[in-house]
Design a protein around this ligand. Structure first.
Ligand code: PHE
Length: 466
């Protein structure tokens, strides 16, 4: 019980928590259409290569840094060198910003799940009788309603985190993740047996070389790289924080591989629900939030008597995926606040720390909700746009790839081989492909992350660099 913060009880618990963090909204609506647009199986092959060359080493680096220090993100970097503290601060700010909009989107899922549940018993419930597009607009532009659901989501996240590492996060994840898996299977069976559903599978899996013509392959790379990196929850101290709770005898290298494997498999499985459903009902596969809340809701409405049941199950699944991600985000903040308390010779007091960070998160999340996806005409730093996009740009677009890039340089050039070697081989565990992994840290991952960083900036500002 280092610093009174607790540890994961066993490997399974840690894996469920880490896979839970990785599997989230990104897997469900980002991966399937990027795969479809980026060349189907060809995209998948590139995604896997990037996940091994870049995702694996960054995951390995973060878990190792965390387990070695036993501290949260800020102190982990500060203890390496004072000049690295800024990385810790960026890694603290990113989850704070992400939580603001992630909680809002998670709150929407909760609302949709409950509304579908009600509709199981009452076919005339509003969600069944209204146009899905209008229903969605009326929900997110109603500040009270959307803020209430956002705050319920924040509170649920906080309750789990306040419970502690093994009694809160781990306990919740070992129930939630297997449940998520079962829901995935039930919904895949329903989706692929829909009339016309097979077209969705074709869209996702069929090799499509068109996407690679000319300079197209560069944008496929950038899109796969960005997706891989966000989907694995890298670049913001999550894996450092979770790493700090792994007992010394657990094999980090093996665990990193397992997390990447499951995150990818679950993204593909989620695609096998979303794409067949979208195609069976003739909808647009590459939509943003409207994919979930309009297109898929439309599918459930058109399914007849079973629609509300599948709607309930689907949104409940997304809600679980979102909450196991948001607890990891909140834990990054909580863990660093606990470190700060301990450094001041105060008690660890996890509950107090959780309440403190939750209040700060709730305020920012309420702000993003009140913005109503830009419909509230709130003042904005870019003159116009949604605060969701802005906070996303600052975190996912800039700070996260930048921190991941710098972290691989620090491990590759500053800490060198011996640091990883020592931590990874404790208790007779293995550090496989050591030379190759170090080459990835020194050159391949930093170059890859630079590419992701430029891709994100170009996408956001529509610069068309790639
Ligand atoms: N990995 C999560 C997803 O795919 C998102 C996430 C990113 C969660 C970063 C936490 C941190 O949706």
């Amino acid at each position: 019980m280092e610093n009174g913060k607790g540890q994961f009880k066993n490997t399974f618990g840690f894996l469920m928590a880490a896979v839970g963090s990785a599997v989230g909204l990104g897997n469900i609506w980002g991966f399937p259409y990027k795969m479809g647009n980026g060349g189907g199986f060809a995209f998948l092959a590139i995604y896997i290569v990037l996940a091994i060359l870049i995702g694996y080493v960054i995951m390995l680096g973060e878990l190792t840094l965390g387990r070695n220090s036993g501290k949260g993100i800020i102190l982990t970097y500060k203890e390496l060198s004072n000049k690295f503290t800024i990385l810790g601060v960026m890694g603290f700010l990113s989850p704070y910003l992400i939580l603001s909009f992630y909680s809002m989107l998670g709150g929407y899922c909760l609302k949709y799940s409950l509304s579908n549940l009600v509709a199981i018993f009452n076919r005339n419930a509003v969600i069944m009788t209204s146009d899905p597009g209008e229903y969605f607009v009326s929900f997110f532009s109603n500040p009270m309603m959307s803020t209430v659901f956002t705050l319920i989501f924040v509170a649920a996240t906080a309750i789990i985190v306040a419970g502690g590492v093994s009694k809160g996060i781990e306990k919740f994840s070992v129930i939630a993740m297997p449940l998520l898996f079962v829901l995935l299977i039930v919904l895949i069976v329903r989706a692929v047996t829909l009339d016309g559903g097979v077209q969705g599978l074709e869209f996702m899996f069929k090799p499509n070389w068109e996407a690679f013509k000319g300079t197209g392959w560069i944008s496929v790379f950038a899109s796969a790289g960005g997706q891989m990196f966000f989907s694995l929850s890298l670049g913001m101290g999550i894996m450092i924080t979770y790493g700090s709770y792994i007992p010394k005898e657990q094999p980090i290298a093996k665990n990193a591989t397992t997390i990447i494997f499951f995150d990818t498999v679950i993204a593909i499985m989620a695609g096998m629900i979303v794409m067949p459903a979208v195609f069976a009902f003739g909808m647009e596969p590459a939509a943003g939030p409207s994919l979930l809340y309009i297109s898929l809701q439309n599918v459930f409405q058109s399914m007849g008597a079973w629609g509300p049941l599948f709607g309930f199950l689907f949104f409940f699944l997304v809600f679980i995926a979102a909450i196991t991600s948001s607890i990891s985000l909140l834990e990054v903040l909580t863990s660093s606040v606990i470190d700060a308390r301990v450094a001041k010779n105060k008690s660890a007091d996890r509950k107090k720390a959780t309440i403190g960070v939750t209040v700060a998160v709730a305020l920012l999340a309420a702000f993003v909700s009140l913005d109503g996806l830009g419909t509230a005409n709130m003042p904005h730093i870019f003159g116009q746009g949604t605060w969701l996009d802005t906070f996303d740009l600052l975190s996912e677009g800039l700070m996260m790839p930048l921190s991941a890039l710098l972290m691989s340089l620090i491990i590759g050039w500053h800490l060198k081989d011996s640091f990883l070697e020592k931590e990874l081989t404790l208790h007779g565990n293995k550090f496989p492909a050591r030379k190759f992994t170090m080459a990835c840290f020194k050159v391949i991952a930093p170059v890859g992350m630079l590419f992701v960083l430029l891709g994100q900036i170009s996408n956001f500002f529509g610069l068309g660099w790639f």
